[in-house]
Design a binder for this molecule. Structure first.
Ligand code: BTN
Length: 268
């Protein structure tokens, strides 16, 4: 690893322009999953905004219990938050938008969002995000935001995902400072978190950045495979899918594959 790519809590927190997100950073050289470490922190009532980051994960997890590859050179981090219950649906939106903004600002690459929570560059996945939370009655005990970014990794070393995934270094043809991306990401996350309000602004930016809308897609939702045009997303993140027979499905979570090359007319 090049010196410019060195990560330490001090490099992240030093002069960081946030009130709480990233003001406390726990850094591991190797860990099973930052989701686990952050969960333990949350159960001990860690300060809100505590960040757990590791150079590599041995048991990184993705959505729907998938494995998430987290080799050295990637960014694997989790953030502990204590949101109000009405803020929960917006966490996934604010995270994806914050990642997109930080990639654009630091790498100068155009980032796209694919419903529900992927960040892409030129149609290939560069980042996945994951939210886990625990409820106590009608309150959120804690929420953990997990973010995995393919930063400085060569995708040709990972042929199993190389067809659908990319990395920032592959896109740029050179390594990028992970500290710079992380610092920008934490600032963007806090800005969006503190200004959530009724969620309308974050919902609009998230929706406007989605490449999924107006496209013919296949959605795998558990055992079911649905095909149709992704017509809209509701404010609570649900995808509205219009089938060829005119009927409509509302999809809460699933894996989307784009099935066209040309956009259908976009309706809101
Ligand atoms: C996905 O797209 O399936 C979500 C991937 C989330 C990966 C991140 S890496 C940091 C955190 N720790 C984990 O084990 N997973 C999340």
């Amino acid at each position: 690893m090049k010196m410019t790519d060195f990560i330490s809590p001090e490099l992240i927190t030093g002069g960081l322009e946030t009130r709480f997100i990233g003001q406390r950073v726990i850094h591991f050289l190797s860990h099973g999953s930052t989701m686990e470490a952050a969960r333990q922190e949350a159960r001990r009532a860690a300060a809100e905004g505590t960040v757990v980051i590791t150079e590599e994960q041995m048991a990184g997890r993705g959505r729907v219990k998938r494995v998430w590859l987290s080799p050295r050179g990637s960014i694997s981090l989790s953030v502990v938050l204590y949101p109000a219950i009405y803020q929960l649906p917006y966490l996934i939106m604010l995270t994806s938008v914050a990642v997109a903004r930080s990639i654009e600002a630091t790498a100068g690459l155009k980032a796209q969002l694919k419903w529900p929570n992927d960040v892409l560059i030129e149609g290939k996945k560069v980042c996945g995000t994951l939210i886990e939370n625990e409820l106590q009655g009608d309150k959120v005990a804690w929420a953990i935001i997990g973010i995995g970014i393919n930063a400085n990794i060569r995708m040709r070393d990972f042929p199993e995902i190389a067809a659908t995934a990319t990395s920032l270094s592959d896109e740029l043809g050179k390594n990028i400072s992970r500290v710079e991306i992380i610092r920008r990401l934490l600032v963007e996350m806090e800005k969006l978190y503190l200004s959530l309000g009724d969620g309308e602004l974050i919902y609009q930016e998230w929706r406007n950045r989605l490449i999924t809308l107006g496209r013919r897609v296949q959605v795998v939702e558990g055992e079911k495979t649905l095909v149709g045009v992704a017509e809209a997303v509701s404010k609570d993140g649900i995808l509205v899918l219009r089938h060829d027979d005119g009927s409509v499905s509302h999809v809460v979570a699933g894996d989307v594959t784009l099935r066209d090359t040309v956009r259908a007319p976009r309706r809101r």
